[in-house]
Write a protein that binds this ligand. Sequence first.
Ligand code: FE
Length: 232
Amino acid sequence: MKTSRRDFIANAGAAAAARHDLAHAQEPEQEHHAVVPSDPALRVKSLESLLVEKGLVDPAALDALVDTYQHKIGPRNGAQVVARAWVDPAFRKRLLANGTAAIAEFGFGGWGGDYLVVLENTPKIHNLIVCTLCSCYPWAVLGLPPVWYKSAAYRSRAVIDPRGVLREFGLELPEDVEIRVHDSTAELRYLVLPERPPGSEKLKEEELAALVTRDAMIGVAKVTLTKPEGRP
Ligand code: FE
């Protein structure tokens, strides 16, 4: 049987993953590791190894770049905006009237934030964001999009059956809640302003920001008093 290079790399990856799983078998389960990395992930890893080996890039510079996207240009930016809107009615008003300008007050913009519209969730209206064409996403406030956001399944089903998709994310909405699906484009990107969770009245702005998840700002989750483990 002919073994392609892809099969070889995949098999090597599977063996490494199996050893990895064994090594972590005693640890609490925090995330599921893909047994075989995807084709693009393998290509990126190979490219990175080559560039480092040839001295063309500094691994520390790559780490800094990844850190920037994960921690600086990431969902923590959006969480700050949401928490401010919850505690400052004047800011909330500005945010809903002109998302781009209000978000720029934090110094966030560009990087897919040239024209941002903020949609407020209420007890009767739930907003959900998708990009049916590709993966347009408000990078300035949410960082890089999660893999599922870019998947064909999410992009098509979010429009056809939003209630079913939300159910799969663990969010069951009452029938009398209207779900509005918003299709992002390269020119117009959305951020959901989730509902402030009941019982959070005494929390300070920083404490509120810590509860806001990326998923809640896409509209596939609600904000709760306990932030789910490991969610960005
Ligand atoms: Fe897109």
